[in-house]
Every structure is written in C-alpha cells, then in structure tokens.
Design a protein around this ligand. Sequence first.
Ligand code: AKB
Length: 336
Amino acid sequence: MRKKVSLITGAAGEIGQALIQELAENEKKNILTLDLQPMNGRSQTNITHIEGSITDKSLLDRLVSEYEIEAIYHLAALLSTRAEYSPATAHTVNVEGTLHLLELAAQQSEWRGSPVQFIFPSSKAIYGMPDLATKAAHPRVREWEWNYPTTMYGCNKLYAEMLGNYYSRHYKQLAEKSPVMIDFRALRFPGLISAHTVPSGGTSDYGPEMLHAAAKGEPYACFVRPDTTIAFMAMPDAISALLNLARAPQTGLTRTVYNVTSFSLSAEDFRQQVLKSFPEARITFEPHAKRQQIVDSWPMDIDDGAARKDWGWAPEFGLERCFAEYLVPNIRKRYQ
Ligand code: AKB
C-alpha cells in the first residue's frame, strides 16, 4: 500500500520551514518535502525529504508510484527580483513546474476517487498600478482589480492561479465522464517577514533585510524611497492563513483565490519601528530605480474582506504586536 503524505514543494524556503513545523510536529502528518536544497537539521520519522526539482517530470512520476499524495502545498518559486534576471527560467519553474504539479494532483484525484487539495501561495505581485497617482487613488485593491502585473513573477503567479482555477472547475470539460476535480485554493500574500529566516530574491525584502541588519548591528541601505508603501505580514500569520484556508469547508468558499494581509506601512515607518527596538541602527535610503519601479507598481494595501467573510481570516499580529511580540524578541535571540 502506498503511504499517504502531504507534499510540500520549496520546503527549504522561508514559508516551507515554518509550515513543516506546524504540519509535521503539531498535526503529526506524514510529510514528503521536495526542494533543490537539502533540509538541514530535520530528522523526524514522519518527514521524508527528496532533493530535486519540480521541473523534473520523471521524478514526479516516481513520487506518485511510491506515495498517495493527499494534499500539495506548492511553495517552490523564483521570486520577483530573481525572476527579472532570468525570466525564461522563472517561467519554467513558476509556470511549467506548477502545471506538472497540477497534472499530478489531477491524476492522483482520479486514482483515489477523491480530490487532492492543492494549496498555492500567490502574491500581491499579480497587481500592477500604472503610476503613483493611481496607486494613491486606489489604496486597497480587491481580488479582481488591477490584475496587470509588470514583473515576470507577477505574470507567472497570476497565470498559475488561473491554471488552478481551470483544474479545479473546468478540467477536461469535454470528456464524456467528468473527472474528479482537484480542490485548488490560493492566497495572495503581502510581503512576508520572518524572525528566523532572511528572504532572498524578492523585491519586498527591504523590510526584513532592514530589521535583520539592525539586529546584527550592520548598516543597511534601503533600496526604495522612504515614502514607498506596501502591505506586510508576520510569518506565523502566513502559516495560519495557509492552514486555515486548507481546513475551511469548501461549501463556504466563494472564490479560489483570496487576498490576505495584516498591516501596511511606508519604508520610513518600517525604519521607525526598527529604531524603537534598535536605536543604534544605521539605516539609510539609496533607492534602486528599477527595483523601486517594481514596488511602486504594487498596491499600498490589499482588501482581504472576502477571506474574513468566507473562512474567518483575521491576522493575529497587527503592526505593533508583530514587532513587539514576534519579530524583535525572536530576532534578538537569533543573533545573540
Ligand atoms: C517578492 O518580493 O518577490 C515576494 C512577493 C511580492 O511575493 N515577497
């Protein structure tokens, strides 16, 4: 008999590390992790790690011959800054890799006779505000507004959301016998901030980079203007959003893709928050014109009213609590 598992792709990344903790340690699920990197420091019996790529179809075929995959948390992606340096590779990973996994989920659903759940973190990068005046005039965008991404990453995420919608609602719509559809659910995250890991390859990374540099006593030159405003969220809230969306009864869901957010602030306000706890921090502003352009295209805030209404989403960490109770104490411990 094949072993039942939840598959986590991109498991060695920021979200993956925190999610494994919750699923494997607290929920005692059997977890299959897939990443290009080794998973250092984890040796629980309910976690099996496979080093490899989501673009390797023969590897994915091997996995389904050995395991019954009940749920997929598809976290692997090339983030927005990295994707601009190699757009074709980003497309291969972010779109083709996602397509392989959706196919895998569809086949597994058919074989099991019940839907595989597919949880997908998307991003505020799928929005594209044409200029700063429009951004100021539309400070809080809803899911269907301004879907005009300017980055390869944003384009990839938006298309992957649409593929997920297709596989869960319209897959093989002309076949005589309707297939078992997958259960696809996606979240559009704001910039995530973890006290335990430093992100790499993103364009909202200036927030967490500023904070980690201050805690290490290192100077930091922020790559966007002080007035640049976008939304952020603490990593524990991101994990509970993923898990709560996964647990929500399908009957209450009116969308396949939901905005979720916590607080929105400018880069200068972010600096002020950091200075409250690290008054010696040396933070300056040296905007990088092209990365600035990307962040300027992202909305100031995203409207998460649908998630609140449909499945009771509410972040635990607002701005003050996020810094005072999660980020600062854990970051101090980390760099002690
Ligand atoms: C990035 O900066 O690329 C990511 C994102 C916007 O999802 N944090």
